[in-house]
Design a protein around this ligand. Structure first.
Ligand SMILES: [Fe+2]
Length: 346
């Protein structure tokens, strides 16, 4: 089996492939690693045929929808997944054929209602049901410690003891383990009586994952994260360096507009000399009066360089085909000691 484990922080994704047929599948892909997965698949001569999410992730952004669209292949998830973009909904006992590799679905709820583990001949992808030295938490939306108990002790831990386990998260230590090893050393699995296990899970006090609400929104709806929105806008516009802008305003070019898209208070508090002011919030509504010439070169800027990127992308879409964004923002401009109007009194 072709096998690659890709870590992104603690999150783990897996590319598996059948050497005989060149068929592949990606398990739990994350948005920041999209190019890495595609490069690995190419390197192994594998065509990804399925994108599989073991469950609805609350702590990272699934790349499933994007990859499915880019590659023209289905997203696979358990039938209880709330995500509307799932193409192939699977259930307990279903088999996903990846060339000659067979992945059998075990419904293993508890961390989430839609959690599933995928059993191959010598390994099991456990999602966040069974982790190395831990278990998935049960205090996030649709989690249930009673269900996790049944999933672990009634299903996963009954698999062949020599089976290797590959979870969706690894917080420390080894990158894989076995059922046998976990039964022996995983502290959470030492509570083998249902009541004790459930009580332990209920009393773990774990901090909430970063980006919880945003990750759930994106993963449950197929929408985009703020970072994705900014990255998409950044891909649509060129940038101009602060030095270049400074030189151009010094030269007094009259076909060049510096456009401050911050709010009024920020503009009045200090802006780039010659800048026009048009806040991002009313950009579309006021653009006809503020920018009558669509052929002019426009450089947008804001405080940190993010809103200005969105503004430049909007302007390009509206026909200002020479709009660019400042590479940086007012904060960086001031830090460079570049000129600001009105000049502050020393
Ligand atoms: Fe999870």
């Amino acid at each position: 089996m072709i096998f690659e484990q890709v870590a992104n922080g603690g999150c783990q994704s897996y590319l598996i492939g059948c050497g005989d047929t060149c068929a592949g599948a990606l398990i739990d892909p994350e948005v920041r690693k999209i190019d890495r997965y595609r490069a690995l698949a190419a390197q192994h001569g594998v065509r990804i045929q399925y994108i599989i999410d073991t469950h609805t992730h609350a702590d990272h952004f699934s790349a499933s929808k994007q990859l499915s669209e880019a590659l023209g292949v289905p997203v696979v998830a358990h039938r209880l997944s709330p995500a509307p973009y799932v193409d192939l909904r699977v259930d307990e006992g279903d088999v996903i054929k990846v060339g000659n590799i067979r992945l059998t679905v075990l419904h293993t709820p508890g961390h989430t209602r839609d959690s599933m583990s995928l059993v191959a001949s010598d390994r099991v992808f456990t999602g966040d049901a069974l982790l190395i030295g831990a278990t998935g938490r049960t205090d996030l939306p649709s989690g249930d410690p009673e269900e996790l108990y049944d999933s672990l002790f009634g299903k996963i831990l009954k698999l062949d003891p020599g089976m290797r386990i590959y979870p969706a998260h690894i917080y420390k230590g080894a990158s894989c383990s076995t059922i046998e090893e976990e039964l022996r050393s995983n502290p959470r699995l030492q509570k083998r009586e249902r009541g004790e296990f459930v009580e332990m899970m209920r009393t773990l006090s774990l901090s909430m994952p970063e980006h919880l609400t945003e990750a759930l929104r994106v993963n449950m709806s197929g929408g985009v994260s703020v970072a994705q929105l900014l990255a998409e806008a950044a891909a649509e516009v060129p940038f101009m360096s602060m030095e270049e802008v400074k030189t151009r305003i010094g030269a007094g070019a009259n076909d060049f507009i510096v456009l401050d898209v911050r709010e009024r208070d920020a503009f009045d508090g200090g802006h780039i000399p010659t800048a026009h002011h048009l806040p991002r919030g009313i950009l579309e509504l006021k653009v006809n009066e503020a920018l009558p010439d669509p052929t002019v070169r426009i450089v947008t800027y804001c405080e940190f360089g993010k809103i200005s990127t969105l503004a430049a992308a909007t302007l390009r879409r509206m026909g200002f085909t020479r709009a660019v964004a400042l590479d940086g923002g007012m904060k960086a401009w001031k830090e460079k000691g570049f000129p600001v109007e009105p000049q502050t009194q020393a």
